[in-house]
Design a protein around this ligand. Structure first.
Ligand code: PMT
Length: 405
């Protein structure tokens, strides 16, 4: 974020009432630092948590709090403000505000602006976990998503109310990154970092014309490589067979088998971050035939040998990088992913529930990120957006580790 190029975007930040309102101050600061012009609108209840003057100081502009304010309306009236905004970001978005937006209400300035503006709206929900889980809030969430509103979070974890669960506002740095990604402003926060990504499936030959493979298209890994390169990282993409174009600024190495993928990874001695997005075959044919196999009996048996675990090899290095792995599961997502994370010594695992038009060979995915002491649910979105959020989470964990030293 520190090296972001000025974006010049006009962003309206809405703040609704909740304890997370104080974190919106950091969000506004980050956006202003990135070169955005920011106007803040607070709901009446938000002003009980943070004084408007605080937001005025960080945004450099007066803060609007009421719809029927004759003095403010004589300057930039609310319709002009709605037209001015190129993006609307509401953080925190309370359960009440989400309900009012879903119902199309215009009973205060912030909800009126959302109705009167054509700008894309992003919400960072923040509320008690039970309120978030309530069917009414979930129904409002679905309505808003269908209408094209983008949700940033919420995160899961311990809450100000003392409970634990999903409902905590995403960290302001992560919100700022997501918002800036939409402005096209290239955040260069990964500059100087060396990243290796594996992507796609491997092909394990049976004979010269047949192989064992899986449905991985490479999209998830390519999106991670593209996003990291866009953010300034030095990226090597080690890809199984895939028709996807090489992302800009990325060094690509094409491989076929798990053994070739392993050799390519092992040849890279130093890296800061390793991401295993590939669906590597767990087994290979023990003795692939040199010539095309002929039909013989009614059944045929292939002897398979276990492939080496590429990610494990990286995690076991003496000078190990930060290791991110993936888990594609069809059942018991959290349990299986957490077991994999611990067994392989990953710093972060991205679990995807595959099937149901998600995961393999689809433009969209939904991920559950798990790390020691943390969890983040990333609802269905295109793989490019998810890649950005995985990298934001990586940055957040690194910064937290650094701060606790
Ligand atoms: O390519 P797409 O069509 O976009 O699909 C994306 C995806 C669904 C393939 C991707 O998001 C994903 O989930 N990849 C991991 C698939 C998986 O189930 O991995 P696994 O559980 O077999 O392995 C766990 C981790 O160890 C993975 O990070 C894997 O890359 C790594 N691994 C596994 C086996 C092996 N021999 N070497 C490895 O490095």
């Amino acid at each position: 974020m520190s090296e972001s190029a000025p974006s010049n975007q006009r962003i309206l930040v809405g703040v609704s009432g909740g304890i997370a309102a104080y974190k919106a101050v950091t969000l506004v600061r980050r956006l202003v630092e990135a070169g955005c012009e920011v106007r803040v609108v607070m709901t009446e209840s938000a002003t009980r948590f943070v004084a408007p003057l605080t937001f005025q100081a960080v945004s450099g502009h007066p803060v609007r709090t009421t719809l029927l304010d004759a003095e403010a309306e004589s300057g930039m009236d609310h319709i002009a403000l709605a037209r001015w905004a190129e993006q609307i970001v509401i953080a925190p978005a309370s359960a009440d505000l989400m309900a009012r937006l879903a119902a199309g209400m215009a009973d205060d300035l912030l909800s009126t602006l959302c109705l009167a503006s054509t700008a894309p709206v992003q919400l960072a929900p923040a509320m008690n976990q039970q309120m978030w889980a309530h069917p009414a809030t979930q129904a409002n969430r679905d309505v808003l998503l269908k209408r094209g509103v983008c949700l940033l979070g919420p995160d899961a974890g311990s809450q100000a109310c003392g409970e634990t669960g999903a409902g905590r506002m995403m960290e302001p740095e992560a919100i700022a990154s997501a918002v800036l990604a939409d402005t096209g402003a290239p955040s260069r926060d990964l500059a100087g970092q060396r990243l290796v990504v594996t992507a796609g499936g491997t092909r394990e030959p049976i004979d010269p014309v047949r192989f064992i493979a899986n449905r991985s298209s490479g999209r998830m890994g390519f999106a991670l490589a593209a996003e990291a390169a866009r953010r300034g990282a030095d990226v090597t993409l080690i890809a199984g067979p895939s028709a996807l174009p090489t992302p800009a600024g990325v060094t690509r190495m094409d491989v076929q088998t798990a053994a070739e993928m392993q050799a390519a990874v092992e040849a890279i001695e130093t890296m800061d971050l390793f991401i295993g997005a590939a669906a590597v075959a767990d087994y290979r044919v023990a003795d692939p035939a040199g010539q095309k196999l002929k039909k013989q009996g009614e059944t045929m048996t292939l002897e398979l040998l276990r492939n080496p675990d590429i990610l494990q090899g990286v995690a076991d290095r003496a000078e190990r990088p930060f290791v991110i792995g993936f888990a594609a599961e069809t059942e018991r997502l959290v349990e299986h992913a957490e077991t994999k994370r611990r067994a392989k010594g990953m710093d972060l695992i991205c679990a995807n529930r595959v099937g149901e038009n998600l995961g393999f060979d689809t433009p969209d995915n939904a991920l559950l990120l798990l790390w020691e002491g943390g969890r983040r649910d990333l609802p269905k979105a295109d793989k490019t957006r998810l890649a950005g959020e995985v990298l934001d989470t990586y940055q957040q964990i690194r910064q937290e580790k650094h701060a606790s030293r």
